[in-house]
Ligand binder design. Sequence first.
Ligand code: NAG
Ligand code: NAG
Ligand code: NAG
Ligand code: CU
Length: 208
Amino acid sequence: MCSSTSILALLLGLSQFCSAALLKIYANAAYDNSFGEVFEMVPNELTAAVGDVLEFHFTGPGLGVLGGNHSVAMGDFNSPCMPAREGFFSGYMGVNATSKEADQVFQVDVTNTDPMVFYCTQGRHCAMGMYGVVNGAGGQTRKAYKDKIPTTNLFAMAPDFVGGGTLLPNNATNILGPSIFDGAASPKSLSSTTALVFGLAAALMIAQ
Ligand SMILES: *[C@@H]1O[C@H](CO)[C@@H](O)[C@H](O)[C@H]1NC(C)=O
Ligand SMILES: *[C@@H]1O[C@H](CO)[C@@H](O)[C@H](O)[C@H]1NC(C)=O
Ligand SMILES: *[C@@H]1O[C@H](CO)[C@@H](O)[C@H](O)[C@H]1NC(C)=O
Ligand SMILES: [Cu+2]
């Protein structure tokens, strides 16, 4: 229930307590010293209420460098890295190498609290970890989805439409999504050392 008009809420200045939440999710490519290349959604498990908005950001080292081109689509719990029959798709978003984000974000309205899975349709990013679940429950959790992904060689499929959400100009710059590979570690940013290592690794990959 909304409690914004309660005296306590007013006293505490919690006028936003009952307004819809804007939940930012980062489709992020990163380099982790332990795991190597990391393709992730941050966060990859979240709870959302009807009226909330999911705002997808596409982040990483930038276009032209490994992993700088992402998307988000609603998935199907029964077919990993394949689109839901009716869902949403952002289209492909190149990461701006200066801002480390794509120049647009994709907002999706939460209209129910059913479990919902989302993933990046680019290449093998989904199979490599770039997926997440909203309101996971029962047999429809991130873990259950993960267990259905056969190998890291699975190529994702994209919907044949762009829609189900709204593309907006992105006003954020220099936000590198925090890395929590597979939900294991606590959020962290790339240190400059890690970024340097990544840059070298990326340069090597491009050179190959
Ligand atoms: C981004 O990826 C899509 C799908 O692989 C591709 O069609 C598109 O050309 C890529 N965009 C850029 C700018 O490389
Ligand atoms: C990339 O980001 C920079 C810094 O925010 C911005 O000035 C520039 O216009 C962006 N590039 C494009 C193509 O939008
Ligand atoms: C960015 O700023 C513009 C201009 O104020 C606004 O129209 C747009 O909605 C903003 N984008 C987001 C994601 O809030
Ligand atoms: Cu991706």
